[in-house]
Design a protein around this ligand. Structure first.
Ligand code: PLP
Length: 392
């Protein structure tokens, strides 16, 4: 069996044709054509008014915070379990990240923990649709309304996911997406910010172009701001992928269903959760092993690599990272966030790239079974009574 990567895109002739067209023609008066088409298609799909192409999701979060006027002295709440890109921009604007615990089923920010950690300085919360799954948005929004918090939805991993009929990214005041090469839709590197609010949209356009409004007097900057733009070639790639979005999302869900078939019934393995009324797009199929097995994620990753399979660790709690070692709010989080600290050591992201097949998912699952060996408390399915089990 060839090596199985953890993630990767699905590129067809359509993408190649659009990028070729962009590099040939998207200059001069046509320079913004692909951005406009990509943004329009994206906003339509989400059911929001505005979408702005950006160089990354990190830039989108930075601009979101800046547009909301968040700065020194303010606190912004993030789940302890996420990629650091959710939290790093809070430091860029001089505010303080507060890391709150996750829900044990959704693995996303817990509304109850959010409420416990609020202070008079809390200005915003950035819930994350982790691995394509949905938090309890109703509960989170109720807390946000009660305490007058701005909500930035980090939907970087959740394009196409849904919460009671609403698309991921449309559930907060602003939503942000990533088109990094590992994500469900890719532009190589790239991001998008979406919102329904005109004043935020206009402020974002101003801040991402060195502090000048579209159409203003030439070279006349009224504030020192940022330069965050996507190229036409990337926008063309994104448009082509967006025209195939249903196919991309279906593939992600299909990959999950293969693993589910292979791993269902294994008592000590929990896969991604899909709450009633939600649609999970399973950016990364993730297995959390029972703590009692004592098999930590680094060990599993090391063992499974021997069979040519590339896995990733469940995110480390941000509050445990050296980057936040000295931060007071991280020290508090380390004592408080029990769910994060109990789940994180035992979770692995299984290969979920667009090039997965049923056969590869079976191979990965069987290899994982083999690693669990006798320690998993389950009767092995019939197909597992093969070499590695009988050999002991
Ligand atoms: C990938 C990711 C990001 C960052 O995206 P970039 O485009 O690499 O900046 C942010 N948040 C989450 C949850 C992610 O998975």
């Amino acid at each position: 069996m060839e090596n199985i990567p953890v993630s990767g895109p699905w590129i067809t002739e359509k993408e190649i044709a659009y990028v070729t067209e962009a590099v040939s023609s998207a200059w001069y008066s046509q320079a913004n054509v692909f951005h406009q088409r990509f943004e329009e298609k994206f906003a339509d799909y989400l059911g929001v008014r505005y979408a702005v192409t950006l160089p990354s999701c990190t830039a989108a979060i930075h601009l979101a915070l800046a547009a909301l006027g968040i700065g020194p002295g303010d606190e912004v709440v993030v789940p302890d379990i996420t990629w650091i890109a959710t939290a790093a921009p809070i430091s860029y604007v001089g505010a303080t990240p507060v890391f709150v615990d996750i829900d044990p089923r959704t693995w996303c920010l817990s509304a109850a923990s959010l409420e416990e950690c609020l202070t008079s300085r809390t200005k915003a919360v950035i819930p994350v649709d982790l691995y394509g799954g949905m938090p309890d948005w109703d509960a989170i929004r109720a807390v946000a309304v009660r305490h007058n918090l701005a909500v930035i939805e980090d939907a970087a991993e959740a394009l196409g996911s849904e919460y009671h009929g609403r698309k991921a990214g449309s559930l907060g005041d602003l939503g942000v997406f990533s088109f990094h090469g590992s994500k469900t839709l890719t532009t190589g590197e790239g991001g998008m910010l979406v919102t329904d609010r005109t004043e935020i949209y206009e402020r974002v356009l101003f801040l991402r172009d060195h502090g000048r409004r579209p159409g203003d007097k030439m070279f006349w900057n009224t504030e020192v701001a940022y330069k965050y733009k996507m190229s036409s070639m990337q926008a063309a790639l994104g448009l082509a992928q967006m025209e195939r979005i249903e196919e991309l999302v279906d593939r992600k869900r299909r990959i999950f269903s293969w693993y589910q078939q292979e791993l269902a019934g294994v008592q000590d393995v929990t896969l991604n959760y899909e709450a009633p009324g939600t649609k999970n797009t399973y950016w990364m199929v993730t297995a959390v092993l029972a703590e009692e097995l004592g098999l930590e994620k680094e060990r599993i990753i090391e063992l499974i690599r021997k069979d040519g399979i590339d896995c990733r660790p469940f995110f480390y709690p941000l509050s445990s990272l050296p980057a936040y070692q000295d931060l007071l709010s991280a020290q508090q989080a380390r004592r408080r966030n029990h769910v994060s600290y109990h789940l994180s050591p035992y979770g692995v992201n299984l290969p979920s790239g667009m090039n997965m097949t049923a056969k590869k998912a079976r191979y990965v699952s069987q290899t994982l079974h083999g690693i669990l060996g006798g320690s998993a408390r389950h009767a092995p399915p019939a197909y597992l009574k093969t070499a590695y089990l009988t050999e002991g």
